[in-house]
Write a protein of this length. Structure first.
Lengths: 305, 305
C-alpha cells in the first residue's frame, strides 16, 4: 500500500494536478503561489490558501498573536510573489474544545494587525472543533492584466536575484514575525519586467528547484553570493526554509538596473546569487564555489510528510 | 479562564466580528453564508470557506470520495444560499503521515466529481501534515449586482419556505452525498424577489434563529407543515442539521406564486412552514400546533464546542 510519506508533497501535488481540468476563466491553476483567474476589465484575480497546523508550523506555547500574524502573512507573501495586491481573506479555524478564549483573541489580534498593515479585509470563514489548532487562510488578490509573475517564465541567461537574508528563521522565531515582501515586490515589478518569481517558504534549494522545473530550465548558484543570515551555514541558508524572501529571474541588463536602484531604495537588500542555465543531464540546481567548482551540498528542505 | 466551550460558536463569531473593520469594497463581511465583494461591472463576488474535520464531520472509515464530495458541496451550498453561481475553489488538506495514498485519490475523486457537476474550477490549495484529516475548501462565486440574497432581509409578514425534507441526514449517510440546491436556488431567485435565504447546515431551529436575529425579527412555525424525512420526529427535523436544504423568506403573494410553480417544476419540493412576525419579548422562533398553541420543543442544534 502506497502511503503519502513515500510520495511526498511534490509528488502528491503532481498526482492531483494531472487529474484536474479547468475552464477558460482560469489563466493559471494548480502549481504556482496563487491561481490566476479572469477578473474585472484590465485585472486578474489571484486566489490561494495556506494552512498552519499546531506542532508542524508552530508550537502550542507560541504567542497566539504571532501565529495569527503568520497565518495571514504567508498568504500575503503568496500574492506578493505573483506581483499582486492582497484584498480579502477568509479564515477557517480548527480549535480544541478546551482552548482558552484568550488564545483565540490573541490569534485574531495578530490576524487583524496583519490585515491592517496590508489592507486586507477579513470577510468570513468557518470555526470547527479539532484536536489540534489549525488556521487556514484563503486569500483573494488582484494584479494588472499581463503583469502577473509566474514561476514558469525564467529564461536561459536570466539573473537570479533574492531579497533579504536566508536561514535561521525557525530557530530565531523570525518565521512568526516576518514582514511579507509585498511593497518590495510591487516596487520591483513596476521597474522591470520580471520573468519569474517565487517566495521562499521551503528554502532556496527546494524553491529554486521548483522555479527551474516550472520553467524547464536549470540554475547555477554562486555559494559565496547567497545572503546568509548571521551565524548560518551554507546548508542552513539553502534548506531551512520559512524565509519568505522573494526569488526572481530577470534579464541581465534589467538585473543590473534593479541592483543599482536597490542600493538606495530597498532596505531589505537585493543580491544576484546566480543565473538560469540550460537544462542538461546534471542536477537542476548546482551550487558552485568562486572557481566555478560544484559544491556537494543537499538542497532538500523540510519534508511535509 | 474563559474557554470557547462556554462561549460557543455563535458567541465566538460575534466576538470576532465586533473587532473587525473592512473597506468600501466589502458589501457584506462576516456573518452570512458568504462574503459579498465588489466584482466586475454588474457583478458581485461571493467568497466563503468551510472546513471538514475527521471525527467531527466524518469518520476515518468514511468513503473518501464521499468526504471529498461533501467538502466541496457544503461550499456550493453556501454560494447557492446567496443566490449565486460557484466558480473557483482552493483546497487545503491536513493529512496524517501514514495515510494511504488511495484515501487521497478517493478524496480528489469526490472533489473533482462535485467540481464537474457544478462547474467549479479547482485551482490550487495547500497540503500539510496533521494528526487528523482536515479538508478546508474556500470558494469564489459571483452573483448579479443587487441579486445577492442575504440572511438579514426578512420582513414581518413574509412567508417562510423550505426545500426538500428535514432530519436524519447524518444517520442515513445522506450528509455525505447530498446535492446542493444550486439549480433550485437560481430558478427560484430568478422568479421572485427573495428577501432572505440561508442553507440549513445546523438544523432548521438554529438556522432559522440566525436568519431571524440577522433580520431583527421573529418567526412562527407550524409544526405540522415541517417536511420531515420519513421516520424523523419533530425534534429531529428541527435540530439534527446537515440537511443542506434552503430556507427562504419571501412576501406572501410571491410565496403563493412560487408554491404553485414549484408543484410542476421543483422535484425536491417546496413547503410553506410559517411566517416572519414582529420581534417581541418571547422566543425568537416559536413552533405551534394546528390550533396555534406553542409546542415546547428545543431548537438547539449540534454544539461545535
Amino acid at each position: 500500500m502506497t502511503r503519502i510519506s513515500t510520495l511526498g508533497e511534490e509528488g502528491l501535488i503532481r498526482r492531483i494536478a494531472r487529474k484536474i481540468r479547468t475552464g477558460s476563466t482560469v489563466i493559471r491553476g494548480i502549481g504556482d503561489d496563487c491561481a490566476v483567474l479572469k477578473g474585472p476589465p484590465g485585472k486578474h484575480l489571484l486566489f490561494a490558501s495556506d494552512m498552519l497546523v499546531e506542532g508542524v508550523h508552530f508550537r502550542k506555547s507560541a504567542d497566539p498573536a504571532a501565529v495569527g500574524w503568520k497565518a495571514l502573512a504567508v498568504n500575503v507573501s503568496d500574492i506578493a510573489a505573483m506581483g499582486g495586491i492582497p484584498r480579502h481573506a477568509v479564515i477557517s479555524l480548527g480549535l480544541p474544545r478546551n482552548i482558552p478564549i484568550r488564545f483565540v483573541d490573541g490569534l485574531y489580534r495578530g490576524l487583524t494587525r496583519c490585515a491592517r498593515r496590508f489592507r486586507v479585509n477579513l470577510v468570513g470563514g468557518d470555526t470547527d472543533r479539532a484536536d489540534q489548532i489549525v488556521v487556514d487562510v484563503a486569500i483573494l488578490g488582484e494584479v494588472e492584466q499581463g503583469r502577473q509573475v509566474l514561476r514558469s517564465g525564467a529564461r536561459v541567461g536570466d539573473s537570479l536575484l533574492v531579497t533579504g537574508q536566508l536561514g535561521g528563521s525557525v530557530r530565531s522565531g523570525r518565521h512568526l514575525k516576518f514582514t511579507p515582501r509585498f511593497e518590495e515586490a510591487r516596487a520591483i515589478a513596476s521597474r522591470v519586467k520580471l520573468h519569474a518569481m517565487i517566495d521562499l517558504s521551503d528554502g532556496l534549494g527546494p524553491d529554486l528547484t521548483r522555479l527551474c522545473r516550472a520553467s524547464g530550465a536549470a540554475a547555477r548558484i554562486d555559494a559565496h553570493e547567497i545572503p546568509r543570515r548571521k551565524g548560518c551555514s551554507l546548508s542552513q541558508a539553502l534548506t531551512e526554509g520559512e524565509d519568505f524572501e522573494l526569488l526572481m529571474a530577470v534579464g541581465r541588463p534589467e538585473a543590473d538596473r534593479l541592483l543599482a536602484w536597490s542600493r538606495r531604495n530597498l532596505r531589505c537588500g537585493l543580491r544576484r546569487i546566480g543565473r538560469i542555465v540550460r537544462r542538461g543531464q546534471g542536477p537542476v540546481v548546482q551550487v558552485v564555489d568562486p572557481e566555478g567548482r560544484p559544491i556537494p551540498v543537499s538542497l532538500t528542505g523540510f519534508k511535509h510528510f
